[in-house]
Design a protein around this ligand. Sequence first.
Ligand code: KIV
Length: 264
Amino acid sequence: MHEATTISDLRAWKAAGKKFASVTAYDACFARIFMEAGIRVLLVGDSLGMVLQWHDSTLPVTVEDMAYHTSCARRGAPAAFLMADLPFMSYPDAKEACASSAALMRAGANMVKLEGGLWLEDIVRALTERAVPVCAHLGLTPQAVNIFGGYKVQGREAKDAENLYQTALALEQAGAQLLVLECVPAALAKRITAALAVPVIGIGAGPDTDGQILVMHDMLGLYAKPPKFAKNFMAGACDVPTAARLYAQEVEAGLFPAAQHTFT
Ligand code: KIV
């Protein structure tokens, strides 16, 4: 039996400079395998809309989908620190954000994750005040794919980088206890990670964030054309538990992500 992993552990890891791995999990079986492999931070991502449901974006995912998969993952990994995504348009204002978050927390999440920018400030504050821990997701936020015109690296222009930096500080100030940075230049991720007291988890954000996260299908090399920031850990493994352990070990040792997985 594992002792439950909490946000206090993640903060302690950051304070100690201990890198940690995280991965998505959408069901009990994989959640258990990843936890047993030493990955104690799991995300029920709305990426399930693409990797499980085979939509071409995350937009069709509902709160009911998220609650169902959160409850499955929780049963497989009772002691994991389990985050769950608030899906597209389930948090347009504080009231709906609270109702949607309640469904995910009741399903077993320890924290909800939401994508956006400065407009999230009031929502993050309202959720935190009402005992819903929040992870803010900045950079390439897939729910905004139609605004971005594709899945593109964010924060390359100086003004966009400054905007992301200021937004990260503001959302921490509003109560966010964790930050995910997706597909931003490594130097920007490094600056934000150093400035924030809360842990920062990167995906395509270079080697200097406190933690790393991958979609499990990318970590297991299930796609012919993986994104640049992904690595197929099955390539050096005979089974899924070994691949998951390799991933965790490479993150903890600072070996992943390497230069070829990183944006400038
Ligand atoms: O939905 C998801 O899987 C995510 C990760 C890519 C961070 O948000």
